[in-house]
Design a protein around this ligand. Structure first.
Ligand code: AHR
Length: 501
């Protein structure tokens, strides 16, 4: 059979901008995601700047991380911001009840998080506590962070070492409040959410009003729970002047069925690979369902979707604390990352924020650390290769690759996505999902293609501290052929190329 695929890129149609914020990250107080992964403390022998590890900052800078969601997750609805400011030795030590039951020192608080965001060149996505906090507490936190001067809270911030206000461009109004965020019915959540949206005022004049105003994200649905999105949208469609929101969230993890997550992160074969790829592709269906609800109440697409938790959630690494959600990250996870980013790009008219769970050492991480050691994962490499798509203009593609089959299961062989960056350069992402067969792609109308390809000896190949470059990008280029350019794609690979005429 002829395995080659023609991918036609329509650069004449003006698609929506692929918001850079779909490449956002999520860093929760969970396991070693913060403590050990980001924060080692000022006195650590691990090189750091004001307690934040230098190797991690250097690696993250290359991803041009647009925003980091913090402090949770479930942790956010038990977080009280005053516990994390002021002299470190006076901060409240509590138990992280959600994640492993370990002590939480609060050594990493607002100032440390904002310092981290600044060091990696990112923006802050702050999630406020609706589940166990008050609107007054959330309101005071936003004032503490954003008030210019002369308020008591701005002076307190200055006394704690940061006279200049910070920016808070994105604000999460709770997290999964149907579950760990307080087990609220959708109606109850909506009433709470409206008060929080009303009182969490951003004091930065540029982020108060107009197009650049702070984006308040209400909790939407998780996988198959539709009621939150419906109720939030219904309330928003008749809202009064005193409150507003700018977006609704959606959470979807790639689990492969069953709970708790049990699919292995290494040592799996083609069956398990296909199971996970099939599950991850259902992100498209979920987005279509959420969009259909939002379109009913908001046909002008004023509100965005924030997929502010997504990624592969696998069985914990044997021997690790199961509450730390530690897992390895394989070539398969690199493919999962690319497929999801492509889906978000195809829904760029609504999906304007997304946050992979999670940044370091937790779930589908970019980076794994152990003491002073650090390794970059296949998912990290995909995010780095996708940097050119940040704020690029989506260009529709047409292709028919057919499926490959694993038993009864059929999986599309190839995925493709394209966009034009601000300089007019066209970039194409090509994913050869097939675990065993290479293929070639021809893009008509272009003569050159060059970029990077990420592949590995096996779908479950991983990078380790001892062998950090098993899965690492390599240069790739295409050859002019017929009226186009042809690129040979290895099996189980993610390729990003710039193409020219
Ligand atoms: O990312 C881990 C957890 O998954 C988050 O804390 C929670 O929001 C979700 O259930």
């Amino acid at each position: 059979k002829d395995a080659s695929v023609e991918v036609t890129v329509d650069t004449a149609t003006t698609g929506p901008v692929i918001d850079k914020h779909i490449f956002g990250q999520f860093a929760e107080h969970l396991g070693t995601g913060i403590y050990g992964g980001v924060w080692v403390g000022k006195d650590s022998p691990i090189p750091n700047v004001r307690g934040i590890r230098t190797d991690v900052v250097t690696a993250l800078k290359a991803l041009k991380v647009p925003n980091v969601r913090w402090p949770g997750g479930c942790f956010a609805d038990e977080y009280h911001w005053r516990d994390g400011i002021g002299p470190v030795d006076k901060r409240r030590v509590q138990i992280n009840t959600n994640w492993g039951g370990v002590p939480e020192s609060n050594a990493f608080g607002t100032h440390e998080f904002m310092d981290f965001a600044e060091q990696i060149g990112s923006e802050a996505y702050i999630s406020v506590n609706i589940g166990s906090g008050t609107a007054a507490e959330a309101s005071a936190w936003i004032e503490y962070m954003t008030a210019e001067k002369d308020t008591t809270l701005a002076k307190e911030r200055a006394a704690n070492g940061h006279p200049a206000p910070w920016k808070v461009p994105i604000l999460g109004l709770g997290n999964e409040n149907w579950g760990c965020g307080g087990a609220m019915s959708a109606d109850h959540y909506v009433e709470e959410m409206k008060r929080f949206a009303n009182f969490t005022r951003n004091f930065n004049p540029a982020q108060r009003e107009g197009a650049a105003r702070m984006k308040r994200i209400a909790v939407g649905w998780d996988s198959d729970k539709l009621d939150y999105t419906e109720e939030v949208m219904k309330a928003w469609s008749t809202h009064v002047y005193s409150w507003d929101i700018e977006g609704v969230s959606l959470h979807k993890y790639t689990v492969g069925g069953g709970w708790p997550p049990s699919r292995p992160s290494t040592g799996f074969g083609n069956d398990d690979y296909a199971l996970m790829i099939g599950d991850t592709l259902s992100m498209d269906t979920l987005l279509k369902k959420q969009k259909a609800i939002m379109d009913k109440y908001d046909p002008e697409k004023k509100l965005l979707i924030a997929v502010d938790e997504w990624g592969a959630w696998l069985a914990p690494t044997p021997g690790s604390n199961p509450g730390f959600l530690q897992q390895q990250n394989s070539m398969r996870d690199g493919v999962i990352a690319a497929l999801n980013l492509n889906i978000f790009a195809r829904h760029a008219d609504r999906v304007k924020i997304a946050n992979i769970a999670q940044m370091i050492n937790v779930l589908q991480a970019m980076i794994l650390t152990d003491g002073s050691k650090m390794v970059l994962t296949p998912t990290y490499h995909v995010f780095r290769m996708y940097v050119p798509f940040q704020d690029a203009q989506f260009a529709p593609v047409k292709f028919a690759s057919g499926d490959y089959a694993v038993g009864e299961r059929k999986i599309p062989r190839v995925d493709a996505m394209a966009a034009k960056d601000k300089s007019g350069q066209v970039w194409v992402s090509l994913v050869n999902v097939d675990p065993d067969a290479g293929t070639s792609v021809t893009i008509p109308g272009f003569r050159t293609a060059s970029g990077e390809v990420l592949t590995a000896p096996k779908v479950d190949s991983v990078n380790t501290f001892a062998a950090p470059s098993v899965v690492a990008p390599k240069a790739i280029s295409g050859k002019a052929s017929g009226n186009g350019v042809t690129i040979a794609l290895p099996p189980r690979s993610v390729t990003v190329v710039k193409v020219s005429k």
